[in-house]
Design a protein around this ligand. Structure first.
Ligand code: AP5
Ligand code: MG
Length: 208
């Protein structure tokens, strides 16, 4: 059983590496941000609520997020494991997750805030399924079009300079301290996220 957390600051490559790892291990990739963005696009009640927080760079309230993730990882396709990207992000969420399941690995991909700012500026995201590109380091085959599902590529609304600053601050204040919580269980694997995408992938792959 592999119940894996992808952990790291904005732009560290959680989404990028998560896509590869999910394929390699044949496990569902659960990206909190993508689920919210999907609801935002569909205009559901959850989407309307999430939008108010996400576009400002703030966390969606724990109660809503915990319920959503609890429901998602208890579905049949997670029976043999899952990869979680973007959850938990604070102590309340980590405790809620403990109530649902047992985590086996935390992959901590780390980069500096300077690198995060550089990368996020050139990120493009697929509207349909959240596949991730970088205009220089990981460009799509055809400009503006996703390689996987031919959907349109866009710049995320929360990738503005102002929202990113707030997201990084929240990461350092509320999310990063969780490393200690999981370190006490010896689940943390540190990975240097400032290498090339291929070299980060080698480090990730070597753990499984
Ligand atoms: P979410 O969508 O999870 O965003 P995030 O955590 O801010 O992380 P990012 O997606 O920005 O970074 P990433 O690590 O995935 O990097 P990527 O692989 O794309 O969350 C968005 C929002 O949803 C939150 O702010 C919050 O409002 C809400 N939310 C989500 N979870 C929540 C929760 N648990 N509780 C409450 N609210 C929640 O890579 C970035 C770029 O760099 C790409 O362009 C990529 O191509 C490039 N790149 C990647 N690796 C490399 C490399 N090695 N070298 C060069 N370029 C690289
Ligand atoms: Mg992401």
């Amino acid at each position: 059983m592999n119940n894996i957390l992808l952990f790291g600051p904005q732009g560290s490559g959680k989404g990028t590496q998560g896509e590869k790892l999910a394929e390699q291990l044949n496990l569902p990739l659960v990206v909190t941000g993508n689920i919210f963005r999907h609801h935002m696009q569909e205009g559901t009640e959850l989407g309307k609520l999430a939008k108010r927080f996400i576009n400002k760079g703030e966390l969606v309230p724990d109660e809503v997020t915990n319920r959503m993730i609890g429901e998602r990882i208890q579905r049949a396709d997670c029976e043999f494991g899952f990869i979680l990207d973007g959850y938990p992000r604070n102590l309340d969420q980590a405790k809620a997750l403990d109530g649902y399941t047992t985590i086996t690995h935390l992959l901590h991909i780390n980069i500096s805030d300077e690198e995060a700012v550089q990368r996020i500026g050139n990120r493009r995201t697929c509207v349909e399924n959240g596949h991730v590109y970088h205009l220089i380091y990981n460009p799509p085959k055809q400009e503006g079009v996703c390689d996987h599902d031919a959907s349109e590529l866009e710049q995320r609304a929360d990738d503005s300079e102002e929202a990113l600053k707030k997201r990084l601050a929240i990461y350092h204040d509320e999310t990063e301290p969780l490393l200690e919580f999981y370190n006490q269980r010896n689940l943390v694997h540190d990975i240097d996220g400032e290498q090339s995408i291929d070299d980060v992938w080698k480090d990730v792959k070597s753990l499984f």
